[in-house]
Design a protein around this ligand. Structure first.
Ligand code: 3HC
Length: 303
């Protein structure tokens, strides 16, 4: 296989994709599993630790297909075709003929390393592997692989169906076939792909973690949530920092801040309060219709 290129890869080298494997059936994985069936129109197998998790992911995909149909975005025939293409399984042997296998499991290095070391026993030698990690080193995630050259970062953003960007993370090991395949897939998903270096937080989360970390640090040091939101309002962002933290998931958000703090202690804050809020499950109070009514400070000791 060709070595990693200096610039954009030659897309002619991209592997055709006839089947996709998704490891992890949580919200983000389910969202991009649906995008793969919709845009690549190939079978997608989705797996997780147990059948209950798998079933929940598949149920989410079926619900989203029904929503697309109810909005007349897809016909009834298309909805049926999409449902048939999605298989939930705990049987990893169904991954043996997948050409592209992507994971979105818990954001912890050891977990992701084990997932790839295990899946490599099931997939074909030609399969390309991708990780949706948001801030861990892709190279380290692949360090237990026999063939790290076929691993690439493929980082989606919440909500996957709407956000236009994918960060394609090129490690020093990633070869040109792998990179070209990732870029072609991103195009077929109708996303803008940027190739980034394998550095903590890549590009987007490096910038976003700064905003979210500073917002939480202001709260940690006594500034009320309301004041932080009012201060950020002139930037015209579609969501406030606290809404964004809830969107990405408070546990994920706290992990992202910890990872950045560990990589660059002088530049990023970690926040004990964010961990407390993650345990508590929310920052915002909402009414029965999901409309914001205030902040839920129950979990915090400082404000
Ligand atoms: N899941 C799926 N679809 C969603 C959605 C969700 N959670 N939220 C909104 N949508 C869809 C709606 O269904 C609607 O689709 P439609 O046009 O087909 O009906 C469309 O998005 C627009 O939604 P709305 O009109 O209800 O809402 P808004 O105009 O307020 O937009 C938003 C919602 C797109 C989520 C907007 O608030 C936004 O862009 N927020 C910022 C999101 C962001 O910054 N994401 C990046 C997070 S960082 C990350 O993910 C990295 C990770 O590694 C940590």
């Amino acid at each position: 296989r060709a070595k990693r290129p200096a610039g954009a890869p030659d897309k002619k080298l991209a592997r055709p994709i006839t089947k996709v494997g998704v490891i992890g059936a949580g919200l983000m994985a389910s969202q991009f599993a649906l995008l793969f069936v919709r845009r690549l129109k190939v079978p997608v197998v989705i797996t997780d630790l147990d059948q209950a998790r798998v079933d929940k992911g598949v149920a989410y995909i079926h619900d989203e297909i029904a929503t697309l149909q109810s909005k007349n975005r897809i016909s009834a025939d298309e909805a049926n075709r999409l449902r048939v293409l999605v298989t939930g399984t705990t049987d990893k042997s169904l991954f043996s003929d997948a050409d592209w296998v992507i994971e979105a499991v818990f954001e912890e290095l050891g977990v992701k390393q084990s997932v790839f070391a295990e899946i490599e026993k099931f997939v074909s030698p030609e399969a390309i592997l991708a990780t949706n990690t948001s801030s861990l080193s892709v190279e380290q995630i692949g360090s237990k692989l026999a063939h790290p050259e076929r691993l690439v970062g493929f980082h989606f953003f919440n909500p996957v169906a709407v956000m236009p960007l994918i960060e394609v993370v090129n490690t020093p090991q990633t070869d040109e076939v792998t990179l070209a395949t990732a870029m072609v897939i991103a195009g077929k998903l109708r996303k803008n792909a940027v190739i980034t270096r394998d550095t903590s937080g890549f590009v987007v989360n490096r910038i976003l973690a700064k905003l979210l970390g500073e917002a939480m640090h202001a709260v940690d040091t006594g500034t009320p949530f309301e004041v932080v939101e009012a201060a950020v309002a002139p930037f015209g962002l579609p969501m406030t920092p606290f809404e964004l933290l809830e969107l990405v998931g408070l546990t994920v958000g706290a992990h992202v801040l910890d990872t950045h703090h560990a990589a660059f202690p002088d530049r990023f804050f970690e926040s004990d309060n964010l961990h407390k809020l993650a345990e508590h499950g929310k920052i915002l109070e909402r009414d029965g219709k999901g409309r914001r009514t205030g902040f839920d400070k129950g979990a915090l000791t400082i404000v």
